[in-house]
Design a protein around this ligand. Structure first.
Ligand SMILES: *[C@@H]1O[C@H](CO)[C@@H](O)[C@H](O)[C@H]1NC(C)=O
Length: 216
């Protein structure tokens, strides 16, 4: 009552703006502060209600959710923006790329999701080679799927001990996707080496992120 039309229209404009910005946000990103909502057509082989959530690579929007699901099973869900590039998570013995075993996923030709396991034997692409299921990490029920401009890699790691804490991540150059039969990876566009405390969810950056605490 008595509100001038000028303020009413300003209010409407602001309300519209905030409505659309929150709408766009919820449609295009994933975060640890919003509940995980996966589409029913992409069922996961594990329960997602008790996953720990860590923003493991803030500048590239990588989010890792994980929980120990059984004495020898650890459940993981990696989420990253879909930039028409491969995304990768590697388990590293010492924080370096070389010697790591990595899961790499992308949306390939004809929109078919592809997930492959690699041994990172060296820094040049020809030394990064496909691993057979019985080499390197023992992975079960792995899947790769897109949803709302995000890519997800879900997998179960079979291990009698806590998984190695040194995790590395990378993202490939846009539009340069591996193809069969060798699935050779193009060198990553960006990478980071981290240390995850599985018990607390604390994540440290060992390299790849400027102005961050260095532990080594
Ligand atoms: C993989 O999924 C199947 C079917 O959901 C389940 O029975 C099996 O226990 C899973 N594997 C692991 C390691 O949990």
């Amino acid at each position: 009552m008595g509100t001038s039309p000028k303020y009413t229209s300003l209010f409407l404009i602001l309300r519209t703006f905030f409505f659309f910005s929150s709408y766009v946000h919820s449609q295009t990103s994933d975060s640890c502060t919003t509940p995980l909502t996966l589409q029913p057509q992409t069922p996961l082989p594990f329960d997602t209600t008790s996953l720990h959530c860590v923003t493991v690579w803030p500048s590239q929007g990588f989010i890792l959710r994980y929980v120990q699901g059984a004495p020898n099973v650890w459940n993981f869900l990696l989420s990253a923006p879909n930039t028409n590039a491969y995304i990768a998570i590697g388990f590293s013995p010492n924080g370096n790329m070389v010697g790591s075993s990595a899961l790499v996923g992308w949306i390939g030709a004809d929109a078919i999701p592809v997930l492959q396991k690699y041994y990172l034997g060296g820094q040049s692409p020809n030394l990064v080679t496909l691993e057979s299921p019985d080499q390197g990490l023992t992975i079960s029920n792995s899947s790769m799927f897109p949803q709302s401009n995000q890519l997800y890699i879900a997998f179960q790691l079979i291990t009698d001990t806590t998984p190695v804490p040194r995790l590395i991540y990378s993202v490939g150059p846009a539009g340069r996707l591996p193809s069969g039969p060798a699935y050779q990876l193009t060198q990553h566009r960006d990478q980071i080496s981290t240390l995850l405390n599985y018990a607390t969810g604390q994540n440290y950056f060992l390299s790849g992120l400027a102005n961050q605490i260095k532990l080594m």
